[in-house]
Design a protein around this ligand. Structure first.
Ligand code: ARG
Length: 422
């Protein structure tokens, strides 16, 4: 074997990763760069772009299909109702999957290093490197390490005659995968800027579409152990189920988020997302949990879910904490089996009916219509009603008495003191 130094680069064919190719040779002395594009459900044009750019750069280029692994990861996130500040974590969940796939290619090709084109301001550098630094390979981040700006990259690309004109970017910086489409940058960086309708590609303007008879459409989602398995009774593999819901719910304008996101480095950044399937599945799943979990399971699970989502945002789902959280999540999900009917209306995916063999529900006990035999008899509740809030009433009364006593002492005492002092 030669002592040729090789680096595997996360490659999209966009400006950042394109300038990284010559820079890894010039600035980091690598003899060979391998480009790796990982398929987590980006649109076909992005692969064409990556392919064309790689060819023009004469770059050894690999495309790895990780759609199934990623789809499973997304549906695992549904079990934990995972969102971060309202964002269903599409980019965050994808990064470790992409990083793993690149590492596999790097190891297979005896690479000495792995590299990404992330800037030093975002979250993705942290998510990639958390995976890569668990290996013996060197980790290189040219854009961050050389302090590159977009302007500099553009000039450099021009100078070197690099193939960057196509560019998927246009005005915005876009990150698309099965679970979400994220749009950021340019005018959108200003939190006070109202985004034009054309930043959206997955969602039509909400509130427009109805079915032919002017109705809003409903669908039935079947869950098994917290995992969505069928739509309107038809079983679908994960990737297909997510794609189907993105199309359908997106046509009703479901799943737009416009938010201020607190990044890991402490920056607040304005982000826009589209995630029709994620919103639909998360809403349906939570509705089913509402039927089958006890009140205290639901309350505790909120805390578990919150922790899970934070680790997902950080790209740290491999943390031991998450194994422990998964233990709780999976135990609760054994009962999350059933169907939820979701209605698409006004840009929402609203659960309107739910059914499960595990329903913690007794119609005769809860009904207004009958005096129940197996549940609460109305008269029995009198004692409960009498003492409901007892402690608070007592505490308020005690506090009022104590205040009155203090006021009394003050008027008595202050009279004496003031006369003495004056
Ligand atoms: N801020 C989001 C995250 O950290 C998504 C960033 C997506 N990137 C983009 N270029 N649009 O998960």
């Amino acid at each position: 074997m030669t002592d040729k130094k090789t680096v595997a680069l996360a490659f999209s064919g966009g400006l950042d990763t394109t300038v990284c190719v010559p820079l890894l040779e010039e600035e980091y002395d690598y003899d060979e760069v391998i480009g790796v594009t990982v398929d987590v459900g980006q649109p076909a044009e992005e692969f064409d772009e990556a392919e064309e750019t790689a060819e023009a750069l004469d770059l050894d280029h690999y495309v790895v299909d990780a759609k199934d692994a990623f789809a499973q990861q997304c549906l695992d996130a549904v079990k934990a109702n995972a969102t971060y500040q309202g964002y269903p974590l599409g980019t965050a969940l994808a990064r470790p999957v992409i990083a793993e796939a690149i590492l596999d290619v790097a190891v297979e090709n005896d690479c000495d290093a792995v590299a990404h084109g992330c800037t030093g301001k975002g979250n993705d550098q942290l998510r990639f490197e958390a995976v890569w630094r668990d290996s013996d390979l060197e980790v290189i981040a040219p854009v961050r390490e050389l302090g590159l700006t977009r302007e500099w990259e553009m000039e450099y690309a021009d100078e070197k005659d690099l193939p960057v004109e196509g560019g998927n970017e246009g005005d915005w910086s876009i990150d698309t995968n099965l679970w979400s489409r994220s749009v950021e940058g340019a005018d959108l960086e200003d939190p006070g800027y109202v985004p034009p309708e054309d930043i959206y590609e997955w969602t039509d303007a909400p509130g427009q579409k109805t079915t032919e008879d002017g109705e809003f459409e409903t669908i039935e989602i079947t869950f098994e152990d917290g995992y969505p398995v069928a739509i309107d009774g038809e079983e679908m593999p994960e990737v297909q189920l997510i794609e189907y819901l993105n199309d359908l719910a997106g046509s009703y304008g479901v799943g737009r988020t416009d938010m201020m996101e607190d990044r890991m480095l402490g920056l607040k950044v304005r982000e826009n997302y589209e995630h029709p399937a994620a919103t639909t599945l998360l809403n349906a799943h939570e509705a089913l949990e509402g039927l089958v979990l006890t009140e205290e399971e639901r309350a505790f699970k909120k805390q578990v879910d919150q922790q899970w989502a934070e680790k997902a945002y950080e790209g740290l789902l491999s943390a031991p904490l998450v194994d422990a959280l998964d233990g709780f999540v999976d135990t609760t999900q054994q009962k999350v089996t059933g169907t939820v009917t979701v209605k698409f209306e006004g840009g929402q995916a609203r659960p309107v009916a739910r059914e499960s063999d595990y329903a913690v529900y007794s119609e005769s006990a809860a009904s207004f219509n009958t005096e129940s035999v197996d549940g609460i008899a109305q008269a029995d509740a009198t004692g409960v009603a009498k003492y409901h809030g007892f402690q608070s009433r007592l505490a308020n009364e005690v506090a009022a008495n104590a205040e009155a006593k203090k006021a009394e002492l003050l008027t008595d005492g202050s009279g004496d003191e003031s006369s003495e002092e004056n």
